[in-house]
Design a binder for this molecule. Structure first.
Ligand SMILES: [Zn+2]
Length: 468
């Protein structure tokens, strides 16, 4: 009978694989259905920036799956701006909680600009189309579907799992600030994993790199102002308010903040050479202790690299004069700066003041900035993120990155909780449509990301070596 053993073993293996596949499909289908329901709720400004219905439908899913009222918190600063915080408790926590993040609001979408209905999820040609499919309703759906899957499987985490879905990431970020300030106990965690960024770069259909966002630049704007007694424009004097402000702005454009790398951006450039070998000389110049000024000149035309390597300040708005036939009494410009997280506000402000001082132009800060220390590339966090990715996408490189924009992650980092943003959604970097027309996510990419997050969550909530 021995000759049948291999066949029997084969059947057993097949059955095991099928079980895991079926669980995979069930979870991915649930995540897809939830994403479709979320897309159908207009959480853009044209829908009143109202996230209530999105929160309500997620609460229905959680309750139907057996989550208890005490685990579910729907709360917000206003009736419309509702956030959802769900806790999947550990019966026996041995570590502080893990926070999982996504946001429920979306950027505006005008139906006339789209080839698909923006607030209906449409599957077409291997893609799910709809506002929020990419940014960031896929992430919200994946987190909720995975909580439900883990619950159905009776999974016992060794720490509390907290899912935080926020209401206004695309506008003020106030919801996150408010949750951290007023409800810290609900969302406090050792660190956070965020679905809102960190794609897989799909180049010629091949997944080359998983971006892991661990840092972001800091946003601050200033008003530059020149004043003058003014007078009749038929008898002009030298150095009018507009002339002085203009010269100050020309000098500002000519100024380059020094190259300054942190752990994330240094690692980014080191690993990026393998993705963009054609840029190796320039990248080596950025990485050099004493960069060659000529090599760095070319960097100014590489806007992405340049923005990663240094603080930038640029004039974005102008306003001056009060009449066609009068000398201006006031001229103003808004200068928007994105400073490096390892730098500081005083340095930026002092630099601006030095640049404009010869023209008697004043500098005043418009809104407070939120410092956001880069999250360390700690092996206990980065290793599982890398190993699971490499087991799913052969040969993929994990590349830490600093966002040149700002997200909810800034407030969480500022509150002392490191944030690692990694959607693991594969997409073509030359055709990313978040915030744009015909936003979409690949059907397979969505399913893979859902499974990646299942494994990621389990690996960070399982102490023993039998993580998936
Ligand atoms: Zn987003």
């Amino acid at each position: 009978m021995n000759k049948f053993l291999p066949a029997v073993a084969g059947i057993a293996l097949l059955a095991g694989a099928q079980t895991s596949c079926a669980a995979e499909d069930t979870s991915a289908n649930l995540a897809r259905d939830i994403m479709g329901e979320l897309v159908a709720v207009n959480t853009a400004p044209s829908g009143g920036s109202d996230t209530r219905k999105a929160v309500e439908l997620l609460v229905r899913h959680l309750k139907a799956a057996g989550f208890e009222d005490s685990q579910i918190n729907a709360l917000g600063q206003t009736e419309a701006l509702q956030n959802l915080v769900v806790r999947y408790p550990s019966a026996n926590p041995s570590r502080p909680p893990l926070l999982l993040m996504a946001h429920l609001d979306v950027v505006e979408a005008l139906p006339a600009d789209w080839n698909y209905e923006p607030f209906v999820m449409t599957e077409d040609g291997g893609w799910y189309y709809g506002r929020g499919t990419n940014d960031n309703k896929a992430g919200a759906a994946i987190l909720i579907a995975n909580l439900i899957r883990l619950h159905n499987e009776g999974f016992e985490p060794d720490r509390d799992l907290i899912v935080m879905l926020t209401a206004d990431e695309e506008t003020t970020g106030n919801a996150t600030k408010w949750l951290l300030a007023e409800h810290r106990d609900l969302v406090d965690a050792e660190f956070a994993l965020n679905t809102d960024g960190g794609p897989i770069l799909l180049i010629d259909g091949k997944p080359l790199a998983l971006m892991l966002q661990t840092s972001e630049k800091i946003y601050v704007s200033f008003t530059l102002q020149a004043t003058d007694p003014g007078g009749h424009s038929s008898r002009p004097h030298r150095d009018s308010a507009i002339s002085r402000l203009s010269r100050a702005l020309v000098d500002l454009e000519a100024y380059e903040f020094p190259i300054d790398l942190n752990e994330t951006t240094r690692t980014f450039f080191e690993r990026w050479i393998s993705i963009a070998p054609e840029d190796e000389a320039m990248i080596r110049a950025v990485l050099a202790d004493k960069p060659d000024p000529e090599a760095l000149d070319a960097l100014l035309d590489e806007h992405y690299y340049n923005a990663i390597a240094r603080t930038t300040c640029v004039a974005t708005q102008l306003d001056g004069g009060h009449a066609e036939n009068a000398l201006p009494q006031t001229a103003r410009a808004v200068v928007n700066c994105r400073y490096l997280p390892q730098s500081d506000l005083t340095t930026v402000r002092n630099t601006l003041e030095e640049i404009v001082a010869p023209y008697n132009v004043s500098v005043s800060q418009i809104d407070p900035s939120t410092p956001s220390p880069p999250s360390p590339l700690s092996p206990p966090i980065v290793d599982p993120i890398t190993e699971i990715a490499q087991s799913m996408w052969e040969g993929i490189e994990v590349i830490p990155e600093m966002s040149t924009g700002a997200t909810d992650g800034a407030y969480v980092r500022n509150a002392g909780i490191p944030v690692y943003t990694v959607s693991a959604v594969a997409d073509d970097p030359n055709d990313m449509r978040a915030h744009g027309q015909d936003e979409r996510i690949g059907v397979q990419a969505f399913k893979d990301s859902n499974y990646y997050w299942y494994r990621l969550i389990k690996s960070f909530t399982t102490s023993t070596a039998d993580a998936p």
